[in-house]
Design a protein around this ligand. Structure first.
Ligand code: FES
Ligand code: FES
Length: 196
């Protein structure tokens, strides 16, 4: 096989837009997003499936884009952090990350937010995690307690250690604005401020 044989023409659907591409079969989805399409939200942290910085959604499920051959993603619906907002309106999880100050340098944040979007869908669809009680009804929506969030987000590393606020932000995304007020009251936290 020559090098030219190792390329294919395909169309990738990213954030609702079809992109015709000719790609070397070895190209990862992460490199296509960043180097071919200019979508630099997904970050290259380890390039080995270890850190979660490159997390995107593929057909609504989270995935490490550094591990996915791009040519195998034809026909899939790929969503990056750039595709989460609705026009000028941020996704509720993006709002929650801002309100909870759930980032420091921000390098891991796009992956954290995409992963959190996937977590909310998995919990709503009744996917159990390692810490889900074995007595939970099979297939029923799972309550995202802080332990559930920590377990389910454990594939997304943050070198700045913003984990406590990330857990709160994901919890807000799950509970919604009213649930957030309840959670603040229960934890003794002042709305918009730190724990008291
Ligand atoms: S860059 Fe993909 S998991 Fe680290
Ligand atoms: S905010 Fe800096 S790595 Fe997470």
């Amino acid at each position: 096989m020559t090098a030219a044989d190792a390329r294919s023409d395909l169309v990738l659907h990213v954030n609702g837009t079809p992109y015709p591409l000719t790609l070397d079969h070895r190209t990862t989805l992460l490199d296509v997003l960043r180097e071919h399409l200019g979508l630099t939200g997904a970050k290259k942290g380890c390039d080995h499936g270890q850190c979660g910085a490159c997390t995107v959604l593929v057909d609504g499920r989270r995935a490490n884009s550094c591990l996915l051959p791009a040519v195998a993603q034809e026909g899939r619906r790929i969503t990056t952090v750039e595709g989460l907002a609705d026009g000028e309106r941020l996704h509720p999880l993006q709002e929650a990350f801002l309100e909870r100050d759930a980032l420091q340098c921000g390098y891991c944040t796009p992956g954290q937010i995409c992963s959190a979007v996937g977590v909310l869908a998995e919990a709503a669809d009744g996917f159990p995690s390692y810490v889900t009680p074995y007595t939970a009804a099979s297939g029923a929506p799972v309550e995202l307690t802080p332990d559930e969030i920590r377990e389910r987000m454990s594939g997304n590393l943050c070198r700045c250690g913003a984990y406590p606020h990330i857990v709160e932000a994901v919890g807000d995304g799950w509970a919604g604005p009213e649930g957030r007020a309840d959670r603040d009251a229960r934890s003794g936290r002042v709305a918009g401020g730190g724990a008291v």
